[in-house]
Design a protein around this ligand. Structure first.
Ligand code: ATP
Length: 398
């Protein structure tokens, strides 16, 4: 068996994303890896949390991997796929995948870990796979259900991934709540390689959609606050264009859960999103502050995304890297400029570049461009098989 590639879990961002991406690429390409000091840059000693463990367990089953260290708080895992892909983790093609978390750990970080595998491992039949995941739907520092539905999935469609349908059955919140949510994503695995893609022309801001999830009693106040904000900042958002704004509201059914997402859609179909699950403490006496702070922060954040002129927001930039690396050929994603200087990729994006380089040898340049490996084409895929011969180890390409 090949020697596992060693990945130090404290590299760059040093959090859970390194682990998700590395195990996913390892599963797809049957590359053994050894990750040490897992989430070593996080407080509390790092190690695997439920969400990470759940993702790795699914990938291990799907790729028939032998794994050591697969337990909560583990800081060291060795992950060695056998090369016999089981496609959806049950040894079947098509059908359903059900992943249950009993905590509000982020549904979408589990989805982030397994989606490339489901798409690229190849069911070949064009049959849809329903991915049911329970856990948190709106969790701080992770993609919310709303962000995935309104930004990630349309952007994946824009780069050539077959449309993925999203359904939320119930909300699950973090921050002291034990409410677990449920989501279904319906994914059609790729039947051939993902062609190279380019996202370099953003276009003008055409419309903005605001999604509010908050206690029903404050719906009107939130709508009013947004109206005033859009009126004041109309020119900044829309330039000379006629403003197009849509606001939707959903009752959070929880007196302390205030969530806002703003998504800008451009004339070229690009989506830029920013959101926030208010996390500074909600008390009976501070609702006015909660509402004004929420609207101000999210609109400030979206404006800075719009001002840099890029085709991806800060979060999408790191989430598209795996698709760039697996597509066939030169993939370019423009991240924008500040004061005429290219925006540096976030630490998460730099980490994803590093993992892609270490595990599947894809190089990203400073502009975030790479030559993707074209995963999925049997003719182009270079499966290296190691055969032990009496006189030594010889490598053959098949
Ligand atoms: N507000 C947001 N909207 C969309 N995506 C987000 C948002 N915040 C974070 N993300 C994405 O969530 C992922 C977070 O990765 P990270 O390694 O920090 O997660 P983690 O598994 O929770 O790890 P850790 O607990 O170690 O921080 C990244 O892909 C990042 O782009």
């Amino acid at each position: 068996m090949a020697t596992p590639i060693h990945l130090k879990g404290t590299t760059l961002e040093g959090g859970g994303q390194l682990l998700r991406l590395a195990t996913c690429l390892s599963s797809l390409t049957s590359t053994p890896i050894h990750i040490t000091s897992i989430r070593g840059n996080r407080s509390g000693g790092g190690g695997l949390k439920t969400q990470h463990l759940t993702s790795i367990q699914w990938l291990a089953q799907a790729s028939d991997a032998t794994v050591s260290g697969m337990n909560l708080k583990s800081t060291d895992i060795e992950f060695s796929p056998s090369g016999k892909s089981a496609v959806n983790g049950r040894g079947e093609r098509g059908g359903d995948i059900t992943i249950k978390q009993s905590t509000p750990g982020s549904v979408n970080l589990v989805f982030q870990a397994i989606l490339p595998y489901i798409l690229f491992a190849g069911s070949g039949s064009g049959e849809a796979v329903r991915v049911n995941i329970t856990g948190g739907t709106n969790v701080s520092n992770s993609p919310s259900y709303d962000y995935v539905e309104q930004v990630l999935l349309p952007m994946l469609a824009l780069i050539g991934i077959p449309a993925i349908e999203a359904n939320v059955h119930s909300r699950g919140w973090s921050q002291g709540s034990t409410r677990v949510g449920a989501v279904t994503y319906t994914v059609v695995p790729l039947m051939k390689q993902l062609p190279a893609f380019t996202l370099t022309k953003r276009g003008d801001i055409k419309s903005i959609r605001a999604t509010i999830v908050a206690p029903k009693a404050y719906e009107q106040q939130l709508r009013d606050e947004l109206d005033v904000m859009f009126e004041t900042r109309e020119a900044k958002f829309f330039g000379a264009r006629e403003p197009e704004v849509e606001v939707t509201f959903e009752d959070s059914q929880h007196e302390k859960r205030y969530y806002l997402l703003l998504v800008a859609t451009t004339s070229n179909g690009v989506k830029l999103g920013r959101d926030w699950l208010y996390n500074h403490g909600v008390r009976a006496g501070n609702i006015d502050t909660v509402i004004s702070t929420l609207v101000k922060k999210v609109s400030d954040d979206l404006l800075s995304e719009i001002e840099h002129g890029g085709c991806v927001d800060e979060y999408l930039r790191d989430q598209l890297i795996v698709f760039q690396a697996l597509a066939k050929g030169r993939c370019e994603v423009y991240g924008g400029k500040k004061n005429d200087v290219l925006l540096e990729p976030s630490l998460h994006a730099q980490t994803a570049h590093w993992v892609a380089k270490e595990v599947i040898s894809v190089d990203f340049n400073a502009e975030g461009t790479c030559e993707g490996i074209g995963f999925g084409d049997e003719q182009d895929k270079k499966n290296t098989v190691e055969i032990e011969l009496a006189e030594g180890l010889q490598k053959l390409e098949v």
